[in-house]
Write a protein that binds this ligand. Structure first.
Ligand SMILES: Cc1ncc(COP(=O)(O)O)c(C=O)c1O
Length: 395
């Protein structure tokens, strides 16, 4: 076996947990409520304050948040949801779980988000075929918001609902608005998985400004059960054991243990985003003369840089994506590939999707590498990564 050049592995992403985070969790462990205590509501309020939205619903994952978001917008059999192929499978899986059909719009080759031009073209055709989507799920890839004003204005013409999959984009800003403020969407969802911007272990958030949608999502998170203002046959309505199931819900609740960690992490959101941006700036300046395409953040955006994705032009056969991937792995730099276009997964191919459906997303996937980026990435580790890339590019 070849000798590894370095003992310590550098992951592409990881959590930053402080002593304060640990003591907030311990405090809950010593308290009366491990779940459904007061801290979940405090966490929700703090999120809505921070993101400038009316309602925030914590969930046990972004996958669950997507599920309740689509259900709250009444997505079901006979409906269609469109999204970007450059995402994690959860974005569209949740729509399939609702019984809906899914379809994909190709990406912009620079932002790797949904292409507005291709979206416009596809909407014109879909209208003629009477196959317009009920929901468009906009994925803010790597932490950069899609062009939401454009998508919002299209939604007024074509009457679709908008969900923002902002799993990567906690703390990001679009046109002066916090992603999650839902200025141009019905619902925004976030992931609190450890590699994301802030974490609660596993966890997610759904935000909205619509009271009815918020109530539906909250209800779906907790078995579809309501406990207040009940009237079952006008009897026992004030009894403490009384409850009423009004929808077919789930147990998607975030525990108080997780909420305490999330709440503590939330205090450091701006610091984490700044740190990620300064790591990105160092990559930008030190890699700018090499053969890679570096991430492009539009003027109206502040990215939260969940990922720093570079492209290795595929016409360069000698130094392919695979060459860089293998060489970096050998040097203990754990780069990753985000994402295999969702419809290229065997499950989706069995639904009828074919290779070549979204050519830009497929080409991108052959070229992309996600470099390590996380707040605790040490300066000398980043320099090691940069030096390695320079050497590999020059060889
Ligand atoms: C774009 C996107 N959507 C949804 C998810 C699902 O998030 P979770 O793991 O919190 O369910 C992920 C997770 O990586 C993601 O990247």
């Amino acid at each position: 076996m070849e000798k590894l050049e370095r003992n310590l592995k550098i992951p592409y992403g990881r959590q930053s947990i402080s002593e304060e985070d640990i003591s907030s969790v311990v405090q809950i462990l010593r308290s009366d409520y491990l779940t459904q205590g007061p801290i979940g509501d405090i966490f929700a309020k703090e999120i809505s304050r921070k993101l400038d939205c009316n309602y925030a619903i914590p969930t046990n994952s972004a996958t669950s948040a997507l599920q309740i978001a689509y259900l709250a917008l009444d997505l079901g059999k006979g409906d269609i949801l469109w999204s970007s192929p450059n995402t994690f499978v959860a974005t569209t899986n949740a729509a399939l779980h609702c019984g809906a059909e899914v379809d994909f719009v190709d990406i912009n080759p620079y932002t790797y988000n949904i292409s507005i031009r291709k979206l416009k073209d596809k909407l014109v055709i879909a209208e003629k075929q009477n196959k317009l989507p009920k929901i468009i799920s906009c994925v803010h890839f790597a932490g950069q918001s899609c062009d939401m004003e454009e998508i919002y204005s299209l939604s007024l013409i074509y009457k679709f609902k908008i969900v923002e999959d902002a799993s990567h984009a906690f703390g990001a800003i679009y046109n002066g608005y916090r992603v999650g403020s839902c200025k141009f969407s019905d619902i925004t969802i976030f992931s609190l998985h450890p590699v994301k911007i802030i974490t609660s272990g596993e966890g997610g958030i759904a935000t909205t400004n619509n009271k009815n949608i918020a109530q539906k999502m909250k209800n779906l998170c907790s078995h579809g059960i309501e406990k207040t203002n009940l009237k079952i046959n006008n009897s026992h309505e004030n009894e403490i054991w009384n409850y009423q199931q009004i929808s077919l819900g789930f147990n998607f609740r975030l525990t108080d243990i997780q909420s305490a960690l999330g709440l503590s992490q939330l205090q450091k959101l701006d610091y984490f985003v700044e740190k990620r941006n300064s790591i990105a700036e160092i990559y930008d300046s030190q890699l700018s003369n090499l053969s890679f395409q570096l991430p492009k953040v539009n003027k109206h955006n502040k990215s939260s840089f969940h990922l720093y994705a570079i492209r290795i032009p595929s016409q360069n056969k000698r130094k392919s994506q695979k060459y860089f991937y293998d060489s970096l792995l050998k040097a203990n730099i754990l780069v990753n590939l985000h994402y295999i276009p969702v419809y290229r997964q065997p499950y989706y191919e069995n639904l009828g999707f074919k290779k070549g459906y979204c050519p830009e997303a497929e080409l991108y996937f052959k070229e992309v590498l996600s470099l390590p980026i996380f707040p605790a990435l040490k300066e000398n580790d980043q320099q090691y990564i940069i030096d390695k890339l320079k050497k590999l590019d020059a060889n």
